[in-house]
Ligand binder design. Structure first.
Ligand SMILES: Cc1cc2nc3c(=O)[nH]c(=O)nc-3n(C[C@H](O)[C@H](O)[C@H](O)COP(=O)(O)O)c2cc1C
Length: 198
């Protein structure tokens, strides 16, 4: 059993990104990759991190504990004005290599329309340099999100295909998680001259 953290990166309470995160958490448990205890959603809309820097870091201390225990993370980034939403960028100002270094990360772009690609390319270009999160090549884009992953299960082909692709991506992620676990113990993260990435 592996430990997963899913970060729902919208600052909106009751966001669609949160909905997708909770759906994916349930699938990780149903597929036998994780368990109720070992699989957590950090919803940046429901328990927001204050804009960094802040005298009060909000729920960050609890988030950091969860992230440090994680074998893999799922980053769900809604597309806002063709960008990753500010809440998920702010999350990456808080997050460091202590929490994320050399852990596999699955990116999920979320859009109510036919977008969702921009936040993925933005986070692949930045976000990982200092924290050393390893984005895996597999990625997900949830388009027309309000019509997807609801109950009762829709008969639409798009919803069925998305569910199958989510299961596939989570299977790949858990394989990376198992493979990278021993690697982390063999990398020295304490060297002060290489504290930040280039
Ligand atoms: C300020 C704002 C800007 C948005 N801009 C885009 C956009 O550029 N492209 C897009 O596909 N969807 C855009 N959307 C719609 C989101 O994709 C939609 O709200 C979706 O549910 C994901 O966001 P959520 O997780 O906050 O619900 C925008 C939404 C907001 C609130």
């Amino acid at each position: 059993m592996l430990n997963f953290v899913l970060v729902a990166g919208s600052s909106r309470n009751n966001s669609q990104s949160g909905k997708v995160a909770r759906f994916m958490r349930q699938r990780l448990i149903e597929l036998g990759h994780s368990s109720e205890d070992l699989c957590t959603v950090l919803d940046l809309g429901q328990a927001p991190l204050p804009l960094w820097p802040s005298t009060d870091n909000g729920p960050w201390a609890q988030y950091a504990v969860r992230l440090q225990a994680a074998d893999a993370v799922v980053i769900l980034a809604p597309e806002w004005n063709g960008m990753a939403c500010p809440a998920i960028k702010n999350f990456f100002v808080y997050a460091s290599k202590t929490e994320l270094a050399h852990k596999p990360g699955l990116l999920v772009g979320v859009s109510s329309g036919i977008g969702g690609g921009y936040p993925i390319s933005e986070l692949r270009a930045s976000s990982y340099k200092n924290c050393r999160l390893c984005y895996i090549p597999e990625q997900l884009i949830v388009r027309n999100v309000e019509q997807q992953l609801n109950q009762p299960i829709a008969s639409e082909v798009d919803d069925q295909r998305l569910r199958a692709r989510i299961d596939y991506a989570l299977d790949v992620l858990q394989k990376y998680s198992a493979a990278l676990k021993p690697l982390r113990t063999s990398i020295d993260l304490s060297l002060p001259e290489f504290a930040n990435g280039m």
